[in-house]
Design a protein around this ligand. Sequence first.
Ligand code: NAD
Ligand code: LMR
Ligand code: MG
Length: 576
Amino acid sequence: MTQHMFFFLPAISGETAPTIFSGDKPMTRTLSVALSGQDLLNHPFLNKGLAFSSEERDAFELHGLLPKAVQTLDQQVEAALKFLDALPSPFARHVHLRELQDTNETLFYALLTRKIDAMLPLVYTPTVGEACQRFSEIWRRPRGLFLSYPERESMEDILDNPAYDDVRVIVVTDGERILGLGDQGAGGMGIPIGKLSLYTTCAGISPDQTLPIVLDTGTNNQDLLQNPAYIGWRHERVRGAEYDAFIERFVTAVQTRWPHVALHWEDFSGANAAPILERYRDRLCTFNDDIQGTAAVTTAAILSANAAHDGKLKDETIVMLGAGSAGVGIAKLLLQVMLDEGASEEDALARFYMLDQDGLLLDGREGLTDGQALFARKDWKDRPTDFESVMRECKASILIGVSGVKGLFTETIVREMSKTCKRPIIFPLSNPTSHSEATPEDIMAWSDERALVSTGSPFPPLDLHGRTHRVDQTNNAYIFPGLGLCLLATGATRVTDSMFMAAARGLASLSPLRSNPDGNLLPPVTQLRKVALAVAEAAARQAREDGVCPSFSDDELLERIQSLVWTPEYCAYEKI
Ligand SMILES: NC(=O)c1ccc[n+]([C@@H]2O[C@H](COP(=O)([O-])OP(=O)(O)OC[C@H]3O[C@@H](n4cnc5c(N)ncnc54)[C@H](O)[C@@H]3O)[C@@H](O)[C@H]2O)c1
Ligand SMILES: O=C(O)C[C@H](O)C(=O)O
Ligand SMILES: [Mg+2]
């Protein structure tokens, strides 16, 4: 395979995977490259476009293939920004950025790392949602793997391709619950691609060590099934034992091919996400981002709010609107915080009110999962279970929206909550923007500007008391890149819940609110690199404590984390 060429430097130490750069600054290194001509230009990881020097153009037979000008990476970044600016919509910018990613990854990541606040909403939430919905229109060239049910017998052969020898982290989806947009079938591929571009942008994981995968087990989205241009397997979703066997085959194949890989599950339906996590979490190094990553970032934001007024979580009353992967995941981690604060399990559970589309979860309701049953109320007999009534009666101080439904946090709800709570914590976390339970602007107006608001998708800043206030984005992007970095650096064999708790506390320690009473709950997205390093370090210490990785010293941990960080800069090439 042309992609498997000799462009890596030797591993830096021990089991650490090969990296091109070390530390946060690029080292002026020379890379030995075997490709030349069109093959070199077609290799997104090696292509430099007009940045090939004239000596390199001699050595790699590039004359004639490139126009005469030689540009620097800075000039390329400037030109790309100008071009992006002129495009008519975020979607058009997403499509152009994806093209850049597929043709020149160094330039793509230089743009992302230098302009992360502007680029994040384009390559990730919310624009990635539209990209998934329109994936059949924008699919241009292969990136990652589509493993379809009808081709399951070839799965192992597909993974065997030497092009994937260096893969260390996989993000996999089956596309059934893409953000709040439902079943997007094979179009769900936009999500693993977007998540992995954050592993590189925020945590510096080298792009050639990442692999996005869609398990194409069909779709029940009628629009896709009837769309002649649909790129996926035109078939209703495979369910039950056949689905489980397909997932089992996939996990076994992954484990055989890459025994030390970190496997990240994303955007599976509520019915499949938790059972898959439970089935595999003790078998390999794996986690579910919607359950565990979301729990950690939400816990971090709430711990930050509590710390600001010396409060304890065990004294709060929490309403969770949405009882799926995210809702149950968040509630479980918050419950653990209360237990750590010294609450009894009974007292702590009494602090939770969890609702789904059928209202408050009550003990004995049929069809509850184990996670939901834990939070089902035992004390609510013969009382109304609809959201408004529950809010009226329970006097919530924290309201979290993970329902995927726009507008459920109404004026009545927010005003009701603000009557009994001085600083209501209100987090409409559903994505994308169009599915948010409320806008920050409305919440602030309805709470007389007293609420602590945070959303899942990016929102414009607020004008509060004459000051501009950034809206926090409580999104698992604050956790998974750093967690992935921790897994690669430590070689952890398992991912424990306490590693997510440590990640949450590590993130909370960076809260601007700690030093400024008017500050935000979370650092800005411009600091996601710093955040990823802090999360990686906190999770790595916990991994060591939990005995799921060797007992590295603190210095060794830090060194291993830092040595993995890849920086998007060109290096010089010499011909093999
Ligand atoms: N901010 C983040 O980092 C983050 C992370 C994960 C998920 N999310 C968002 O959270 C939402 C849910 O994700 P999930 O993985 O938990 O999905 P899920 O399908 O597992 O769960 C959705 C839950 O919402 C409930 N629900 C649906 N309609 C409702 C209604 N009208 N009233 C009350 N509850 C209702 C469902 O019954 C279910 O319990 C999505 O929009 C997703 O984008 C955000
Ligand atoms: O993808 C995101 O922006 C966060 C989360 O994983 C989601 O499913 O909404
Ligand atoms: Mg998700």
